[in-house]
Write a protein that binds this ligand. Structure first.
Ligand code: 1CP
Length: 356
């Protein structure tokens, strides 16, 4: 484990909440908090592609820090992308502006396994660790740095579909047609995610999040057979690093109880399931992260406040709540609303909050 931050990290409100310990205030951060909703992001980014920005450590560190300065959130999330390791090993993944990851030659058969060579973070994508190191230098000790990776199912969906998908028909067909090829594919993606997370922790990340963004297209039985085992493999590899892990997906209401078995300390919940119901599904042994509807942030602030208070009320008073949106910040969000939301959560959050 790296760094002088280790002692202070243990005390970051985010890490404490992840471990279901008492906190000075409810920690809050936002998925996709860096990005197009911030004028300073648009100014710093210029016109280059997202993968170029990620590969420039000074710029990536600056984009990581901007939301912390602007919003006073309890965590920075490293400015990177879930497809960076795949891009870095030369699989042929690019990110198309306004669309997302695209794969020139999608994964279709066993021979494509050879294109998925092991990812060696410090050699293949040294800029990720460098960006983390620069960002950590400027972060207050009580602000966590969240490292992240794509979970095997979600990464596989891009590789097999060739880009963002509505139906996920190809990836689900591959699972059904050739389960042993599927297992070989996701095992490699699990090792890639684990290597990536470990490197981010070595560089200073103090919490890690696994994004299984699109797992919600699976039935519980499919999730248990095809997505949960490689997810467990990632989280098992990450456990010795000693940092809390968050497992998040969208539309995963029916999967929450299974996700709780993956080995993460925290289950991320999208906005569709009220947190008290999510608590019933997940049980008492995990912290919950979420789950204000991102589109609620487009409403007048009194509406945002009402919905945020409902989230806080449903989170209850026992320790183990990280406030977040149910998915990423929408680009049209007014940054002032998010600043006010952070203040509200800090002032009114009750889950495990020590008497002031
Ligand atoms: O503050 C931050 O969170 C920014 C850092 C970040 C993160 C955490 C980026 C930069 N990407 C991600 C993770 C990511 N990337 C996920 C998981 C989070 C989620 O569910 O939203 C996913 C699914 C991706 C894949 C991806 N990359 C998409 C989604 C496409 C789809 O399938 O619908 C997109 C649009 C991208 C490009 C991208 N990555 C990041 C940004 C700021 C952008 C947009 C930039 C651009 O369009 O040029």
């Amino acid at each position: 484990m790296s760094s002088v931050r280790a002692g202070a990290d243990a005390a970051s409100p985010l890490a404490l909440a992840c471990l279901r310990r008492p906190v000075p205030h409810t920690p809050v951060w936002f998925m996709r908090q860096a990005g197009r909703s911030l004028p300073e992001y648009r100014a710093a980014r210029g016109t280059g592609g997202i993968l170029d920005a990620i590969a420039d450590p000074a710029l990536a560190a600056e984009l990581t820090l901007q939301p912390v300065r602007r919003y006073g959130v309890d965590a920075a999330i490293l400015f990177s992308d879930i497809v960076v390791p795949l891009h870095a090993i030369g699989f042929g993944v690019e990110v198309e502006p306004g669309r997302g990851p695209v794969v020139a030659e999608p994964f279709t058969s066993r021979s494509d396994l050879a294109r998925l060579r092991p990812f060696v973070p410090e050699e293949d994508a040294p800029y990720v660790g460098q960006a983390a190191t620069i960002a950590v230098r400027d972060l207050a000790p009580e602000v966590a740095l969240v490292g992240f990776a794509g979970a095997p199912f979600t990464l596989a969906s891009y590789l097999v579909e060739g880009g963002p998908s509505r139906t996920f028909a190809r990836v689900k067909s591959l699972m059904r047609a050739d389960p042993s090829l599927w297992d070989a594919l996701v095992e490699r993606l699990a090792d890639m995610a684990a290597a990536s997370l470990a490197a981010q922790v070595r560089a200073g990340a103090t919490v890690v999040q696994l994004f299984d963004s699109w797992a919600g297209v699976l039935t519980p039985a499919e999730y248990e057979r095809f997505a949960l085992p490689p997810t467990c493999r990632v989280l098992e590899a990450v456990r010795p690093l000693g940092v809390p892990g968050v497992l998040f997906g969208v539309g995963t209401g029916e999967l929450l109880a299974l996700m709780a078995r993956a080995g993460a300390e925290v289950v991320g919940v999208d906005w569709r399931v009220p947190l008290d119901e999510a608590r019933r599904r997940v049980g008492p042994d995990h912290a919950l992260q979420g789950n204000l509807d991102p589109s609620a942030c487009l409403a007048p602030f009194e509406v945002v406040a009402r919905e945020a208070r409902d989230v806080l009320r449903r989170a209850g008073s026992t320790p183990g709540h990280v406030f977040n949106l149910g998915h990423g910040v929408l680009p049209e969000t007014d940054p002032g609303v998010l600043s006010a939301l952070v203040e509200l959560v800090h002032a009114e959050g009750r889950a495990g909050v020590l008497p002031r």
